[in-house]
Write a protein that binds this ligand. Structure first.
Ligand code: ACO
Length: 335
């Protein structure tokens, strides 16, 4: 049995900043409402005039992660890609990233687990490394939400929270005992699938065109979220996933050096921080700048925390996420 370790991290967000005030141009909302309920000040939305897309952003983040791992694209032997907003309904985005990066004919797997997508992806990669099947796996989360959101007052409960962006990690085989991914914990509860869901396939930049041709009262091409119901489940499941991760490794909450919660809502992250009595330097949030980037959120936050020097050798890092499915989980890492 081998160990697996994150050897490279990268993220990319589009340049186009959309503030809360910008949203008031096309929907009834306010900076005060959004900040008070979610903590979000601004988010990045792809400028349609640029080349950015789900896979292009994913490829940009991946390039940085591969370079920081001290590897080349040819050293990667598998790709795992998480998104809920692929450019194509099929095939998945993993193969598009493979093509964009001009990689050899290695396997590419897409993971469909929304906000928990990166947690699930990392866990799958971990198993492939630990069994010895692969040595260096590229794990990516990327989302282009802005192309598929309802940009009117009717959609405001969902539209204001989502942002675009991508993050990537290289997970590599390691000989270092006791370091790297210690454990991962995955859960789902499909009976709540429709509480946070998208009925019609309407990804990338197609949604406006679809809506023009269809019944304007048909909301099935936009994401639906029962916000308060999701919120209540999120705080419970986040906590359970963190406790499970700690217990599996004989650890206590005091052992956590850095908690990276999925950036769904700052209020959820603050609730968790309080519950686990973690000081401000032990929780990293960036939802204020990027909004909720679903499958990209944990990896963008992990990368940014690492870039800022907040994660150091030997630290205990806990990643946790909850989202549509419902799906949730945690990954415990000794850095
Ligand atoms: N601006 C102004 N008013 C708004 C907005 C807005 N953007 N959105 C909703 N409102 C109004 C509603 O119309 C409602 O008005 P009413 O009382 O007159 O009917 C009022 O504000 C309250 O609306 P709620 O939806 O109940 O607002 P809530 O306090 O629940 O906040 C929010 C909404 C921020 C979405 C919150 O429920 C939340 O964060 N939920 C969890 C999100 C989450 O964790 N998602 C999981 C990950 S996402 C994924 O997996 C894809």
């Amino acid at each position: 049995m081998y160990n697996s370790k994150i050897t490279g991290l990268g993220y990319y967000v589009p340049e186009n900043v959309v503030t809360n005030d910008d949203l008031t141009q096309f929907m009834e909302t306010s900076d005060e409402w959004i900040q008070e309920r979610t903590g979000i000040k601004e988010r990045r939305w792809i400028d349609p005039k640029t080349e950015d897309s789900t896979s292009v952003m994913g490829a940009k983040a991946a390039k940085i992660a591969i370079e920081r791992a001290g590897l080349t694209k040819d050293d990667i032997d598998f790709i795992i890609f998480a998104t809920l907003s692929p450019e194509l309904y099929f095939p998945g985005g993993g193969v598009q990233i493979q093509d964009l990066l001009d990689m050899p004919t290695i396997g590419a797997l897409d993971i469909r687990n929304q906000c928990s997508g990166f947690i699930y992806s990392l866990s799958v990669a971990d198993q492939f490394i630990k069994t010895g099947m692969y040595k260096n796996i590229l794990v990516i989360g990327s989302e282009n939400h802005s192309g598929g959101l309802e940009k009117s007052t009717r959609g405001r409960g969902v539209t204001v929270i989502f942002g675009d962006g991508a993050g990537a990690a290289v997970l590599s085989r390691s000989e270092e005992e006791g370091k790297g991914i210690l454990s991962s914990h995955l859960h789902s509860e499909g009976k709540h699938a429709k509480e946070l869901a998208l009925i019609g396939p309407s990804t990338g930049r197609w949604v406006d065109a679809i809506m023009e041709e269809n019944d304007p009262d048909d909301t099935s091409y936009y994401p639906y979220m029962n916000g308060q119901f999701v919120f209540k489940h999120a705080v419970v499941r986040f906590s359970e996933a963190i406790v499970e991760g700690l217990q599996a490794n004989g650890l206590q909450k005091e052992d956590i050096d850095m908690l990276i919660p999925h950036q769904a809502n700052l209020r959820i992250a603050q609730f968790i921080q309080k519950k686990f009595q973690l000081s401000d330097d032990k929780v990293f949030n960036n939802i204020m700048k990027y909004g909720n980037t679903t499958a990209a959120s944990v990896i963008i936050a992990l990368t940014e925390a690492w870039e800022k020097g907040k994660i150091n050798d030997g630290d205990l890092v806990v990643l946790a996420a909850f989202g549509s499915g419902f799906t949730w989980g945690s990954v415990v890492i000794r850095w």
